[in-house]
Design a protein around this ligand. Structure first.
Ligand code: ADP
Ligand code: MG
Length: 396
């Protein structure tokens, strides 16, 4: 892999600028879910254990270059202290004289949290001046915010180019999981792509047909592919203006030898609500007044067969309207199978996407997956085959 990790850096007595994602929910000044904070603990502990002094840089919300008191990082200090088990100092600016003074007073065994980087317009503009001011505060740069790596901002990109740079533990875990799943995977490689729309996942589908052996297309976007084959999908969610695009993707897959697996049977209903009366019909037999809300059992059996012969799975997007049972069945069944095969050591399984993570949690399968990415936009851009600026700046 082309990027440094903390193991490659000489950290003793060094000021280490650590870019983290601590966009946690805060209610009345109290952190209500510290998941994101807990995920950066290994990085902070490893830096402290090597005698380094962690100085945290982070954005919070979208203050648009202005000082917005409600978007201050200060209320996070108690939650950070609880998670790290060491004192966390705070400075109300991420640059300039105040930050320099705070860094100068920082002692071994302490952590310094700097104020929201997005209080400066230069952050999202990737202003070289702001990056230089931040670089003056440290000796080493460590990026542990994969979820912000798709943005070329001063604290994620510009700064990384000014100091010796490395990936933090969370970033390292994410990058190696993604590399294992799509960069250099064990084959056969199966991708499951579902969700609502083709239009939001066009580039992703285009990239995957070049890389995967089998592409399972499910969810609402499968309806567009069915319509592209001249099938009447009734009242189903369907982007009729995207059928040409769907045909292009199918043609591209034929060229690359990627096998596309579309639903052969589907679960249809007249109402989009939990417990709605439903029936299973052939994919070409959706009644004119009904909509396709899930893949049927025969399709699930074909997905299961594909998973059983696969060595690697990459998954984004639920196979049906999983929020409203019983239209969560195909997603649950495929998720359970992937979990079982992963536990048996037969499959490397990587998944990401906001609704996908929710669906896999709901299916009770997330724990067993090899890696679950919570990075959202960065994960999707990576699945699209894009170079993430924050990763590229680490030399990867
Ligand atoms: P992610 O957030 O994991 O990237 P998406 O946002 O693309 O996933 O898709 C998730 C949404 O797709 C869910 O809200 C789900 O209800 C919807 N969906 C899946 N299948 C269907 C379908 N057949 N009809 C309507 N909506 C669907
Ligand atoms: Mg979503």
């Amino acid at each position: 892999m082309g990027w440094n990790t903390l193991d490659d850096m000489e950290l003793g007595a060094k000021r280490v600028l650590v870019r983290v994602d601590v966009n946690v929910p805060v209610e009345n000044g109290v952190v209500t879910d510290d998941t994101r904070i807990r995920r950066i603990v290994p990085t902070i502990h490893d830096i402290l254990a090597s005698g380094g002094r962690p100085i945290l840089l982070a954005h919070f919300g979208r203050p648009k270059g202005k000082h917005v008191p409600e978007m201050s990082l200060r209320p996070l200090v108690p939650a950070l202290e609880a998670a790290f088990g060491v004192p966390v100092l705070f400075c109300a600016d991420c640059r300039g004289p105040a930050a320099e003074a705070a860094v100068a007073t920082l002692k071994d065994g302490q952590v310094l949290l700097l104020e929201n980087t997005r209080f400066h317009a230069g952050e999202t503009a990737n202003d070289p001046g702001l990056a230089a001011e931040m670089a003056a505060l440290g000796d080493i740069y460590c990026n542990d915010a994969f979820s912000a790596a798709h943005r070329a901002h001063a604290s994620t990109e510009g700064l990384a180019r000014l100091l010796p740079a490395c990936a933090g533990r969370l970033m390292q875990g994410e990058l190696s999981a993604l590399e294992t799943a799509l960069g250099n995977p064990q084959r056969p490689l199966v991708a499951v792509v579902g969700g609502a729309k083709v239009s939001s996942k066009l580039e992703l589908l285009g990239n995957l047909v070049e890389k995967v052996d089998t592409l399972v297309i499910g969810g609402g976007m499968a309806n567009t592919f069915l319509a592209a084959q001249g099938i009447d999908v009734g009242k189903s969610l369907c982007e009729h203006d995207m059928t040409d695009t769907a045909r292009t993707i199918i043609a591209k897959a034929q060229g690359t030898g990627c096998h596309i697996l579309l639903p052969g049977d589907v679960v249809v209903a007249r109402d989009f609500k939990a417990g709605a009366a439903n029936e299973t019909v052939g994919a070409d037999a959706c009644p004119a007044d009904a909509m396709i809300l899930d893949a049927g059992p025969e399709t699930v059996a074909r997905i299961v067969t594909a998973l059983e012969s696969a060595k690697t799975l990459i998954w984004n997007g639920p196979l049906g309207a999983f929020e409203i049972p019983p239209f969560d069945r195909a997603t649950n069944a495929a998720a359970s199978k992937a979990a079982e095969l992963t536990k048996a050591g037969q499959l490397v399984s990587v998944a990401g996407g906001g609704d996908t993570v929710a669906a896999l949690n709901q299916a009770g399968a997330a724990q067993a997956f090899t890696y679950i990415s919570t990075a959202g936009g960065a994960f999707l851009e990576w699945m699209e085959g894009k170079t993430l600026p924050g990763v590229a700046a680490l030399g990867g």
